[in-house]
Design a protein around this ligand. Structure first.
Ligand code: NDP
Length: 455
């Protein structure tokens, strides 16, 4: 029954059904979703991080559709994406996300719905609003949307300056259940944003988490607030957040210096418009001479390379690899500059030489996702064709674990999309003229990936 009802929803969306028709479709009792299971939380005990394999822990299960709270919407998910937090959830690092769900479960009656023996993950989605709760005013069934992942309770006073500072701020689909890697997602109304009309479902699905993060890190006053003419060192510049960071620096009149780990990635960045690229593997940087000792000579070598390329030290360093690179990032940042960090992929116990920070009056600033306003502005720039998706490959729903594995192993560029209800790629575009005009930019990462496959 659930399957038939989900199929009816999918067909209605593909046929372009109107709001009334969508509102009249029954909401199924069950849906298919990508989950990790509480019973398997210990499955990787004793295994090194790099060997923990999402293909063992991620499953497509049929799960019940939860009741809808008054401030929420059901979204029929056409496509979603893999984020690095999909990897974290699926390898149960740095902690099992079931701890987040049980904490949320203790907060309220509605929170209790999230505390289940399975976790529907996924922090991105594009799709169509299926139903709205009684308190939702700005959205209706049939609206084509993308979803950002900032989950806040708007009755909490601490959520009313910068909602990323709210005491109960969470990342949807990571610290909450019912995320975007399922046929139906449960989201708060204040997570909804309009779907860019010139993009397909899969192109529209991959932006919100990484694009909004890069926007806050570089553009927003809550981040580094880059100004024209500044030089920005971007680690992982062809990756999920890095490729949007490059676009923001270029659009804002700055000079990006992108760091990558292969000549192919360097070529991709050149095509994106990034002139100065450092191949960290070819340069052979060894910032750590062993597990406990860093080599300042290697930091200096990186700094010299950047000066050779652009003649100055970077005013902003876009940091996220963490332990492996932070010592170098603090060192190469200019006097008075900012190291803006949102992550620590290679380890979160960080070491750097504090003398370079205080004597040269640098700022090390933490940054996390984006508030609704920032996510909305970042989405507006996508809608206007000023920032472009970095979708490089698309996976069927049943291949979600393989897609997560590829991100875990750093085998991808840009973003990986996942078709959920969308029966094939290429659907969902309503502004064909705009798409035609921007096609080379929209498909840049995709074309690069195809070249890689045929090489
Ligand atoms: P990706 O895997 O898509 O990209 C990361 C890039 O970092 C890779 O392409 C790789 O590029 C580079 N990299 C990986 N390891 C190292 C290393 N040891 N030294 C130098 N570079 C390295 O991930 P995302 O860009 O999506 O996310 C990056 C991090 O940011 C993750 O930890 C993620 O969880 C976090 N994140 C945090 C957010 C927040 O709100 N706080 C939001 C989004 C992401 P190459 O090998 O080519 O150099």
């Amino acid at each position: 029954m659930g399957t038939d009802q989900v199929a009816a929803i999918r067909d209605a969306i593909v046929d372009g059904a109107d709001s009334e028709t969508i509102a009249g479709l029954p909401v199924p009792d069950v849906y298919r979703a990508a989950v990790v299971r509480a019973a398997e939380q210990e499955m990787f005990a004793g295994i090194a991080s790099e060997d923990k394999d999402p293909r063992r822990s991620l499953h497509i299960d049929e799960v019940p559709v939860p009741e809808l709270a008054p401030d929420e919407a059901y979204v029929a998910v056409m496509a979603s994406s893999i984020n690095f937090n999909t990897v974290w959830t699926s390898i149960f690092e740095p902690m099992s996300t079931f701890a987040f769900l049980s904490r949320l479960g203790r907060e309220s009656v509605w929170g209790a719905r999230h505390d289940r023996p399975y976790h529907v993950l996924g922090s991105d989605a594009s799709g169509v609003v299926l139903r709205v709760g009684s308190a939702v005013r700005n959205w209706k069934p049939g609206d084509a949307v993308t979803v950002h992942c900032n989950h806040v309770d708007d009755q909490d006073p601490t959520a009313h300056d910068d909602s990323m500072l709210a005491s109960n701020q969470r990342i949807w689909g990571y610290e909450t259940n019912f995320g975007g890697l399922g046929e139906i997602a449960v989201v708060k109304a204040n997570q909804l944003m309009p779907k860019p009309a010139h993009l397909t479902w899969e192109e529209a699905a991959v932006n919100a988490l990484t694009n909004s993060t890069s926007y806050r890190m570089l553009v927003s006053p809550n981040g580094a607030q880059m100004t024209q003419g500044q030089t920005v060192l971007i680690w992982g510049a062809s990756g999920g957040i890095g490729a949007y960071a490059c676009q923001y620096v270029l659009n804002g009149g700055g000079t990006p210096v992108g760091v990558v780990s292969s000549p192919e990635r360097a070529a991709l960045l050149h095509e994106l418009g990034v002139e100065h690229v450092i191949d960290r593997r070819a340069e052979g940087y060894r910032f750590w001479s062993d597990d406990g000792t860093q080599d300042p000579g290697e930091w200096r070598r990186l700094g010299k390379k950047i000066r050779e390329l652009v003649g100055v030290d970077p005013e902003i360093v876009f940091e996220h690899p963490g332990r492996q690179t932070m010592g170098a990032s603090v060192f190469v940042c200019s006097r008075g500059g900012t190291i803006i960090t949102c992550a620590a992929t290679s380890g979160f116990m960080i070491e750097y030489d504090n003398r370079y920070l205080w004597m040269n009056q640098k700022t090390l600033k933490g940054c996390h996702f984006a508030n609704y306003r920032e996510a909305w502005e970042a989405n507006r720039l996508i809608c206007e064709g000023q920032i472009h998706p970095t979708l490089s490959a698309v996976f069927a729903f049943d291949e979600v674990a393989e897609a997560a594995y590829q991100v875990h192993k750093n085998l991808h560029e840009g973003k990986l999309g996942v078709l959920v209800l969308a029966p094939k790629e290429g659907l969902g575009v309503t502004d064909h003229a705009m798409r035609e005009r921007l096609l080379p930019q929209i498909t840049l990462f995709r074309r690069h990936d195809e070249k890689k496959d045929t090489a």
